[in-house]
Design a protein around this ligand. Structure first.
Ligand SMILES: [Zn+2]
Length: 241
């Protein structure tokens, strides 16, 4: 399913906030969560999607599939190698801000934009176990890398008996409340307390390469401008089970 990610503004956060259905989604029960395996296609996805959950649990193990080197393909400021190094360091800082500075991080260094599903499935299968939570981007999130990660995680969970919880990122941009393409009936919410909300905001701020322009050239524009970031400042997170 191809969805338009790069449309002007996407669905405004006010529309999501005004949608009463979100309040009726059941809460994700956190008892027995263990240490979840969190899979991020690009550095920052894990933070935008489930930083509040990670801060609330106080533990997580991260699989960073790519280093996100392709975020600014025409950058006049940074080479791809520089961007990769910057984004790796941003993830480390974000985890520190969540209180997870000593979390285990598996950096796979796969090519940004061309995630290799087969090898990723094998690696995830080796890390998962029956009942263990695996948080991955939703299989139909609308970005090829996000969808590849979701599919690999789904296969690895099926093979191991792990629990797949998919988090949407770009869905909030291209979908609208009640959108029939989204499995709202499988949606669970994670309510964030003040501590978790503050930790998430601080962690998002650890990604200046994505939330601020790298420079004045249009190729160096922010990937996550304020109207996109607004969707990740909610007092809850959502996953599909
Ligand atoms: Zn991403």
């Amino acid at each position: 399913m191809v969805k338009p990610i790069v449309i002007e503004q996407g669905t405004p956060e006010e529309d999501w906030r005004a949608w009463p259905a979100t309040a009726a989604w059941p809460e994700l029960p956190l008892a027995g969560a263990g240490t979840p395996l969190v899979v991020a296609p690009h550095p920052d996805d894990e933070i935008l999607g489930v930083a509040g959950l990670m801060a609330t649990l106080g533990r997580a193990e991260l699989v960073a599939v790519t280093d996100g080197e392709a975020s600014h393909p025409g950058s006049t400021v940074h080479t791809q190698a520089e961007l990769a190094a910057i984004r790796r360091a941003e993830t480390d800082e974000a985890l520190r801000r969540l209180g997870l500075g000593d979390a285990r991080v598996h950096r796979l260094g796969q090519p940004d934009g061309k995630i290799e599903e087969g090898p990723l499935t094998e690696i995830l299968t080796g890390l998962l176990a029956p009942g263990r939570w695996c948080l991955a981007t939703w299989r139909e999130d609308g970005h090829p890398d996000h969808e590849a990660v979701g599919r690999a995680a789904a296969r690895a969970c099926e093979a191991t008996g792990a629990v797949l919880l998919e988090y949407p990122i770009w869905t909030w941009h291209w979908a609208a409340p009640g959108d029939a393409r989204v499995p709202w009936d499988r949606c669970l919410r994670i309510d964030l307390d003040e501590m978790a909300s503050a930790a998430k905001a601080a962690a998002i701020a650890a990604f200046p390469s994505q939330i601020a322009p790298l420079g004045p050239d249009p190729a160096d524009a922010a990937i996550l401008p304020p109207h996109v970031l607004a969707r990740f400042a909610r007092p809850y997170e959502a996953v599909f089970r």
